[in-house]
Design a protein around this ligand. Structure first.
Ligand code: HEC
Length: 159
């Protein structure tokens, strides 16, 4: 029974990984509409925020161990950011309802580095959960939050 569960989990993880690689390629080559690109960026940012909120709730309720999936979501989705942040596309922000922030643009590959920092922080958190050391896990959680803030400090502008 345990083996069956293990195989199913591995399969789901593999499928998820392949989907992300596929999505990355589609984003890279196929997504040409600036409005679509900007909407997708915002969708991902809200996904991050919801996962983080959920993690904080679990932390308060001493359910932090159940945050593994949230951290996995953040880590894998962060890998999709660099192709979405190639252009600034400021002109389309006015046609998005409730848009408060925009992308200021970037020098060279630095955005990729910020996205990788977030991915790494989420992976560390996931590994930290296995140790059961709550103090350390809280530190990893702070790392995730500071990598959000660090990137916002450099690239996010207020409309
Ligand atoms: C690699 C850089 C980067 C990282 C890392 C990052 N963000 Fe963002 N975020 C941005 C930029 C740039 C914007 C501006 C919106 C846009 O691009 O259209 C933004 C916008 C947002 C917004 C506002 C969305 C809106 O509707 O305007 C939220 C909420 C948000 N981020 C949450 C998060 C959270 C939570 C994390 C961490 C788990 C995170 N972000 C990590 C770059 C980043």
């Amino acid at each position: 029974m345990k083996t069956a569960i293990y195989i199913t989990v591995c399969f789901v993880v593999l499928l998820f990984g392949l989907t992300v690689i596929y999505a990355g390629n589609v984003l890279d080559q196929g997504m040409r509409s600036p409005l679509q690109i900007v909407k997708t960026r915002k969708f991902i940012m809200h996904l991050f925020a919801e996962n983080l909120q959920d993690m904080n709730k679990k932390m308060e309720g001493k359910q932090i161990k159940n945050s593994k999936v949230n951290a996995g979501n953040i880590s894998v989705t962060a890998a999709m950011l660099p192709p979405l942040y190639r252009g600034v596309h400021k002109q389309v922000y006015t046609s998005i309802k409730d848009a408060h922030y925009f992308f200021k643009g970037q020098p060279g590959p630095a955005m990729k580095i910020q996205a990788e920092k977030l991915s790494t922080a989420a992976d560390l958190f996931r590994k930290g959960l296995q140790t059961g050391d709550t103090t350390q896990v809280k530190k990893y959680m702070n790392n995730i939050q500071s990598s959000c803030k660090e990137c916002h400090g450099i690239y996010r502008g207020k409309l």
